[in-house]
Design a protein around this ligand. Structure first.
Ligand code: SAM
Ligand code: SF4
Length: 503
């Protein structure tokens, strides 16, 4: 535990922010107002105002060394609340700088927390800032490295190429459908994913609820003449149910949702290779669905065993080619950097195997220790690569993607992610998943149906977002889905006027 001592009492949200930044440098840190021991880091902040422009400086003392940083800006807003927010950001800025000096570590994402880097960049561009101005803000205001800032700008360009109307899709919605079952639960996962066992009618009762949600929301969309941009079946593993159950779901989708012929993309995240069968692929084909994922995570059998994924590497490869033969035109694959006992060599091997298949897209995740996962609960049992190695793997992934004709098209970061790195989605040009872009950039309302599905309602006029979560557990869902439907309709009624009232 690294103790940091600051020279005044700060509000709780400031302390949380300081702790979060300090945790980027130390395994665990605690902010207080006392020097606890010799190893305590002492930090003093100073605040100055010149003609209403704030200037913040920090002085850090540790191990007999002193480091200082200063940051000044024009006051951006006259509003008290906004000024406070600006000051908070400026304090983060100087704190990060002195910690970087003291530890010799560089944080490529600077002080960015809680906001998607690409979303911030799009926001600046929508405000009318030039590419150069937006990049300068990322670098100077948020301390993002030049390399990451350029990556963000590149991704934003690709997104606008794939969805030229990205900024004006607020009048449409996308649909997420969550199927909460998997063959087994993976050790790192906290998604709504329950080992499927066909007892007590749990799966059937869940599916009854889901059909009902699809029908009611579909009716509402028809009544309000609202178009759907994309539909995404995720989970869990949406191919963990039987082929005839999948068939019935797609029937309800086509019967209930408006203007299906204009939906730009329907994806089924098959995911687990051990759920993919010829009858299921035939059902997908029957409904014109040819975008799926076949997720290896790793190409090392021992790793798959260690994370509780009960399929072999060979099965991933076989199911990939089977899906191809059965007409799947757009296949995504997910890899994770930093899985237990994996280093650069294992990751190189995963890339070499992926190279033989050339899927249309590849998402490279970095392992994140999610609070409720088995891996976090038993952290000592899992040996993972150090910060330097995961950084090298990420760089290697970038090079490999470039050499194989992939471009980065979405990026997101998570809490407790190894090396404070990120997850990056790569695709062959023109094969980007539109749904992934829309959800990452929070460009429109996403209506979540099914277990654990989260809905994000966006006010088309103001862009304001409101989140709503469906119950996560199947048993709670079965009891609560009707209420969840009512609440979602109430949100939608508040945001979109009825077709009648427009006439
Ligand atoms: C909704 S999950 C599941 C997809 C599918 N059920 C499967 O496992 O193949 C989507 C992806 O997120 C990634 N993922 C999930 N939990 C993660 C974690 N704790 N750290 C890093 N990546 C994670 C995995 O690569 C996974 O394929
Ligand atoms: S199969 Fe996918 S959703 Fe299911 S537990 Fe594993 S990572 Fe999570």
């Amino acid at each position: 535990m690294q103790q940091l001592n600051v020279n005044e009492q700060f509000p709780q949200d400031w302390i949380r922010m300081f702790t979060h930044l300090a945790n980027l440098f130390f395994e665990q840190s605690k902010i207080g107002t006392e020097t606890v021991d010799e190893a305590t880091i002492n930090i003093r902040f100073f605040e100055q105002f010149e003609e209403k422009s704030p200037s913040i400086s920090a002085q850090l003392q540790w191990n007999g060394q002193r480091h200082t940083a200063q940051f000044a800006e024009d006051a951006l807003e006259t509003d008290e609340k906004e000024l406070l927010r600006q000051k908070k950001r400026m304090y983060s800025h100087v704190l990060l700088e002195v910690l970087e000096q003291a530890t010799g570590m560089v944080q490529e994402w600077g002080i960015l927390t809680g906001i998607r880097p690409t979303k911030l960049y799009h926001m600046y561009r929508q405000e009318g800032k030039s590419v150069e101005e937006a990049l300068a803000l990322l670098r100077n205001r948020h301390r993002v490295s030049a390399r990451k800032s350029d990556l963000i700008a590149q991704i934003a360009d690709v997104q606008l190429n794939a969805l030229p109307d990205l900024y004006s899709l607020k009048q449409e919605v996308s649909i997420y459908i969550g199927i909460p079952f998997c063959p087994t639960k993976c050790a790192y996962c906290t998604f709504p994913a329950y080992a499927i066992h066909r007892k007590n009618g749990r799966v059937e009762n869940f599916l009854d609820g889901l059909h009902e949600e699809m029908r009611v929301i579909g009716d509402w969309l028809k009544e309000h003449d609202i178009r759907i941009t994309t539909i995404y079946f995720g989970g869990g593993t949406p191919t963990s149910i039987e082929a005839d159950e999948m068939d019935a779901l797609y029937q309800t989708m086509v019967d209930s949702f408006p203007h299906m012929e204009q939906v730009r993309e329907v994806t089924v995240e098959a995911g687990r290779p051990d759920t993919i069968t010829i009858p299921k692929l035939e059902v997908l084909k029957k409904w014109g669905i040819d975008r799926i994922s076949v997720n290896p995570q790793s190409y090392t059998d021992e790793t798959l065993k260690a994370i509780g994924r009960h399929h072999s590497v060979q099965e991933t490869i076989d199911k990939y080619w089977l899906s191809r033969e059965q007409g799947m035109r757009n296949i995504n694959m997910d890899l994770i950097i930093g899985l237990p006992n994996e280093g650069l060599a294992e990751f190189e091997h995963s890339l070499a195997e992926t190279e033989k298949m050339q899927p249309e897209s590849l998402t490279i995740h970095t392992l994140s220790f999610k609070r409720a996962s088995e891996m976090t609960r038993n952290k000592d049992k899992y040996q993972v690569a150090d910060r330097k190695t995961v950084g090298q793997m990420m760089k290697r992934g970038e090079e490999w993607a470039k050499d194989n004709g992939y471009i980065p098209y979405y990026l997101y970061r998570q809490k407790n992610i190894l090396g404070n790195l990120e997850n990056v989605g790569y695709s062959k040009p023109g094969e980007e998943s539109l749904y992934n872009i829309l959800i990452m950039e929070e460009a429109q309302t996403i209506i979540g149906l099914g277990c654990g599905a989260s809905s994000k309602f966006m006010d088309p006029a103001t862009g304001k977002l409101t989140q709503f979560h469906n119950p996560k557990e199947p048993a709670a869902y079965i009891l609560g889905f009707e209420d969840a439907i009512d609440r979602k309709i109430a949100y939608l009624d508040g945001l979109f006027p009825s077709a009648e009232s427009i006439k």
